[in-house]
Design a protein around this ligand. Structure first.
Ligand code: KIV
Length: 293
């Protein structure tokens, strides 16, 4: 029997067979903490549908982000600002179904979209509930210390939270564009303060986007209970994330400096994802000389 003959699905596309990874247990918060303690880098990749999620899982990716970047890469929007909660729930459910059918073990993080958590902690709880019921294991929200009471409220009610600092795409207009954050002593000190407030509120993960490598490495050391996941933030973080379409070389615009096209030398999407996992684990991606500020 070939591997493909074990795949499930219709003739229009099949969900890959169960992950060939030897006895990988479902990824959980304790498992992520063990990985961190062992110096095993955490890999994260965005996925927005059943098949890509299952392929990423089979390639060894530990955490899948249903990012609101889907607004750009799936919906053709100019930014993430127009993404709705309903859309996020739809894509989260698709990813969760794909993983279930493939008997995948990845941890699913879903973005709370713009406007779904800023009003009140209760609004955030309602929005997070919708994403958890769609199949997420954790929700992600953007912003500094002002989000800490919301993070605490969700965590106390059993919802794991990933925070997001540095370049926060939902507020790109206020930030004046997609530019590096945390440069200079004052900005770095502010970012450090926000990160500690978010850890103190119970955030178990923190995406650091477009932050100087030295600062994100320093934050990683300072945050013992909150795993930093970098994107354009150097190689000193506890893990890395990339947007799927970018790492597959499908970005039709200007490729950000922090991205590597893993499809270039790979014969398949799964091969590209496996190369990404290998490169993050062995520390060759990101290369601070090429992909960091
Ligand atoms: O929405 C997204 O894909 C993200 C990543 C850029 C981290 O938030």
């Amino acid at each position: 029997m070939t591997a493909d003959s074990t795949a499930t699905g219709t003739p229009y596309g099949t969900i890959p067979p169960a992950s060939p990874l030897p006895q990988r247990k479902p990824i959980s918060l304790p498992r992520l903490a063990q990985m961190r303690a062992a110096g095993d880098k955490i890999t994260m990749l965005t996925a927005y549908d059943a098949t890509f999620a299952a392929v990423a899982d089979a390639a060894g990716v530990e955490t899948i982000l249903v990012g609101d970047s889907l607004g750009m890469v799936c919906q053709g929007l100019p930014s993430t600002v127009g993404v709705t909660l309903e859309t996020m729930a739809y894509h989260t459910a698709s990813v969760a179904r794909g993983l279930r059918r493939a008997q995948g073990t990845a941890w699913v993080v879903a973005d709370l979209p713009y406007g779904s958590y800023q009003e009140s902690r209760e609004q955030a709880m309602r929005s997070a509930t919708a994403l958890m019921q769609a199949g997420a294991h954790m929700v992600k929200l953007e912003g500094g210390g002002w989000t800490a009471p919301t993070v605490r409220f969700l965590v106390e009610r059993g919802i794991p939270v990933c925070a997001h600092l540095g370049l926060t795409p939902q507020t790109v207009h206020a930030l004046g564009g997609y530019r590096v954050q945390g440069r200079g002593d004052a900005a770095a000190a502010e970012l450090r303060r926000h990160a500690l407030e978010l850890q103190d509120a119970g955030a178990a993960m923190l995406v650091l986007e477009m932050v100087p490598a030295q600062l994100s490495a320093e934050l990683t050391q300072a945050l013992a209970h909150c795993h930093t996941i970098g994107i354009g933030a150097g190689n000193g973080t506890a893990g890395q994330v990339l947007v799927l379409h970018d790492m597959l070389g499908m970005n039709l615009g200007k490729m950000p400096k922090f991205v590597r096209n893993f499809m270039h030398d790979a014969g398949s999407v799964r091969g590209a994802m496996q190369a990404y996992v290998r490169a993050v684990k062995d520390g060759s991606f990101p290369d601070n000389a090429l992909h960091a500020w």
